[in-house]
Design a protein around this ligand. Structure first.
Ligand code: ATP
Ligand code: MG
Length: 573
């Protein structure tokens, strides 16, 4: 990727815009739109489209509309509209006063269709849906003209009006564009542009019983909003000739205020491994109870990522890094996780939390004594400062930080071995207490080196391992939710194995720890607050959290598989 004079990496859409600005096309305006269909919550793929559309406008002195593409009445709901607005704002973008609905244009689109009929470019067809499909032909075979294709204009006008008036049953007739049944492009073989459908629309109610098709409504909605660059995903490339046909054959400039002509530009959609990204599938996961709602922290939805603790900055950074291509590819989910680590490493306050506690009694530490030790808030941020954490005779360490019979290269606590407690003392394990019945280790007895804390005579003494800990009498209990990929298969959409994507859900994608202990300063943490728990990863206070019960989501662990992979790639070169 090359870089222009500014910090903007040049993608091919930007190159088109740069050229258009140079030639003064559309009076050198840049006006984009983000056109979600309100039939589900937005996902990380939409974030790419949002960053691209709003980003291009922002970088070129232009503006962006939010347009709900609500031409399909049966599936759309107000809940989705509200969630989409919240998600776009949260990502850091704003449409000002330019929020529109394709349904706002229903009357105008109807009038445009009348225009097409009058010009002999559209006709009412009485073939059934199956017949239309059969007449359409195949990629290797030309289509067959409908017997209704040469219906007189007057008859078409009359029937279209009566379709609107509700005189005919659903599916009995359609309006088709009269283009070319022999076109090599199937989309151009007299596509349906209006259908009869009795369904209550979330905005227009029962006012309409005919609805325009996407391929007809979309270019005209763009035109009515004076959009200049209509960016969409690759699967619409084959529809571009129809997009252009509609704009060439409808005189939309008769509408006051409309200027310029939109151009459709396709880019590769975002695919992520270990994820599904179709709204239909995501809705199925929600409605089938496979996840706990659209904002389940395992979901690739914007609301799921937000609840999990992802930052808008990290998501925007991710969208920038993946770039804009003309060829489909699959992005490693590790890159998304890498972006949130990078962001939070700079910003998140450090804290100590013990996920699976093991009690440690420090026998030579005075009973009843409490020391308040200084701990660094963020070594990456010079102004983050320090905080006080309590140390006492009884502490918790992580169960996995002790091994009775350690293998080589285990550098944490073991019988007769020492470990440094982060921001505190060096301790040595003297005795292991086990449950008589189960044999489980339930408590360790240690001694500490009183001179080993910061400023002490042996502060610099080297021991191999450092462990995080919390003071037992001061610690606050917390519930900690750990997550793994929602799917155990790298490409759950791949149906070559004959398995439905739902069969590839990861049964271990969510683990809830109910006896974790966190340092006392976290008692006041509010939903949305993010921390790095030493050695455990980045965590975010969940919406379910309250003063009675603290709940954290793990956003990501600290192990950066993506960065590691990049390093080994560099080495190989
Ligand atoms: P889905 O297939 O998930 O239902 P969609 O394309 O039907 O998605 P829309 O609401 O129509 O969803 O999408 C709004 C905009 O977001 C469109 O311009 C679409 O091209 C874009 N978009 C959707 N999915 C992706 C993706 N995975 N990557 C990039 N852009 C996307
Ligand atoms: Mg769509």
């Amino acid at each position: 990727m090359t870089t222009s004079n500014s910090e903007l990496p040049v993608n091919f859409v930007q190159s088109i815009i740069t050229e258009d600005l140079k030639t003064g096309k559309n009076n050198s305006r840049v006006h984009t739109r983000f056109p979600p269909e309100p039939n589900g919550y937005l996902h990380i793929g939409h974030a790419k489209s949002i960053c691209l559309n709003f980003g291009l406008a922002r970088a070129n002195g232009g503006i962006t509309n939010l347009r709900f593409d609500d031409t399909n009445p049966s599936k759309e709901e107000v809940e989705y509209v509200d969630s989409i607005k919240a998600d776009v704002h949260w990502l850091g973008f704003d449409w000002d006063d330019r929020m529109y609905y394709a349904s706002d244009y229903f009357e105008q689109l109807y009038q445009f269709a009348v225009q097409l009929i009058k010009a002999g470019k559209a006709y009412i067809c009485d073939l059934s849906a199956e017949e239309i499909r059969a007449y359409r032909g195949t990629l290797t075979e030309a289509g067959k003209e409908s017997p209704y294709r040469s219906r007189p204009i007057e008859e078409n006008l009359d029937l279209f009006e009566r379709m609107r008036a509700g005189e005919f049953p659903d599916g009995s007739r359609v309006l088709r564009a009269k283009i070319d049944m022999a076109s090599p492009n199937l989309n151009m073989r007299d596509p349906v542009i209006y259908r009869i459908l009795r369904a209550t629309h979330h905005r227009t109610g029962d006012k309409w019983c005919i609805y325009p098709m996407y391929d007809y409504a979309h270019p005209l909605s763009d035109a009515l909003e004076s959009i200049t660059h209509s960016v969409c995903t690759l699967e619409f490339a084959d529809h571009r000739p129809l997009y252009d046909w509609v704009l060439d054959n409808v005189d939309y400039h008769i509408v006051e205020g409309v200027e310029g002509r939109p151009r459709q530009i396709e880019f590769a959609r975002l695919n992520l491994n270990y994820t599904v990204m179709s709204k239909r599938k995501l809705r199925e996961l929600v409605e089938g109870g496979y996840v706990n709602g659209w904002d389940d922290p395992r979901m690739p939805t914007i609301s799921g990522l937000r609840r999990r603790g992802y930052t808008p900055e990290a998501i925007r950074d991710f969208c920038e890094r993946i770039g804009v291509a003309k060829r489909d590819s699959v992005v490693d989910i590790g890159l998304l996780e890498h972006c949130v680590r990078e962001d939070l490493n700079r910003r998140a306050l450090r804290a100590m939390a013990v996920l699976r506690p093991l009690k440690v009694v420090i026998d030579n530490y005075p009973e009843g004594q409490v020391e308040w030790l200084d701990a660094e808030n963020n070594p990456e941020d010079p102004i983050a400062g320090t905080r006080k954490i309590p140390f006492s005779r009884e502490i918790y360490i992580e169960q996995e930080d002790f091994m009775e019979d350690p293998p080589r290269k285990f550098y944490r606590l073991a019988p007769d071995r020492e470990v440094r407690l982060k921001s505190a003392y060096i301790i040595k394990c003297e005795k292991v207490i086990k449950d008589e019945k189960t044999g489980d280790i339930i408590e360790l007895h240690c001694t500490y080196d009183p001179d080993s804390k910061s400023g002490g005579a042996t502060a610099g003494r080297k021991v191999k391992g450092t462990s995080h800990w919390v003071s037992a009498p001061h610690a606050v209990p917390a519930e900690i939710r750990l997550y793994d990929n929602l799917f155990s298969s790298e490409n759950p959409d791949d149906d070559e194995d004959g398995l439905d994507y739902k069969a590839k859900l990861n049964p271990d994608s969510r683990e809830v720890l109910t006896s974790s202990m966190v340092e006392p300063g976290l008692a006041e943490a509010k939903p949305g607050d993010r921390f790095q728990f030493l050695r455990q990863g980045y965590f975010c206070v969940d919406l379910d959290s309250s003063t009675e019960k603290l709940v954290f989501n793990r956003i990501v662990s600290l192990r950066d598989t993506w960065a590691k992979l990049q390093k080994s790639k560099v080495k190989q070169k």
